[in-house]
Design a protein around this ligand. Sequence first.
Ligand code: ADP
Ligand code: MG
Length: 278
Amino acid sequence: MAEPIILADHVSFSYEEGGPLAVQDVSLAVEKGSFQAILGQNGSGKSTLAKLINGLYVPTEGHVTVCGMDTQSEENTWEIRRRAGMVFQNPDNQLVATVVREDVAFGLENIGVPTEEMPGRIEKALRDVGMLPFADRAPHLLSGGQKQRVAIAGVLAMQPEAIIFDESTAMLDPQGRREVLSAVKRLNREQGITVLWITHFMEEAAECDRAHVMHQGRIVLSGTPREIFSDVKKIKPYHLDAPPMARLSQALRQQGMPIRQGVMTVEEMAEEVARLCR
Ligand code: ADP
Ligand code: MG
């Protein structure tokens, strides 16, 4: 197994001393190069866990390490945020400059990257998310999906090992969602960037290597999307649905069509239907 980039070891967290635990006894290992999803209904602790990983919060109990650095030690904080960058839900809150290129530069200035190194890093990051042609545009004129890709470029320019996406597609239209997810999948596949993808879209979770379901602050299920979604009864108590294509395949099987078990994505469904029609 590859080394874990992100390791949570029996982590609990409460927002106020003696208050309820927003995250409870969570252990999680995210291996280098993997693409993992965190699922769970509102209030289940996903964002809190993301902020614990990114060092914005420090565990009340347990330890989080990122690339071997414990988030408890304050001297690690900046390096942890650089190595495990975060992209949030609302793209408008993440863009600060009046020109796309300057927005990507912003984080680099904060971590003291030499000026002469900046243009190369900025252009590579924008190219990697397909936004280089927009480098000199005003961010507020971009679509939601484009803004999120600029936010990703801002993180990428810091040369992170991992990126945590906290419902980064939740405010986008379907086109924007596809744009962002496919850019992120490409970064994972081609550059080996580790991805922790928090979402409530089950069709997005279906595309990950591994998914974890959170409920009342705990991780209650972990496995491949196939393991998690193969049995609708298993996820119902956590108020989650199977991905649309898994539901469709189940409905078709109930109608007597011999669709195989484990269909999760549109591509897999297309293959199945084509196979049956041949
Ligand atoms: P999710 O991202 O899954 O919706 P959160 O991590 O935001 O869940 O919330 C987990 C729990 O922590 C919830 O009960 C929520 O009300 C509580 N919580 C979240 N943020 C704060 C905060 N800043 N102060 C106090 N409680 C919070
Ligand atoms: Mg949240």
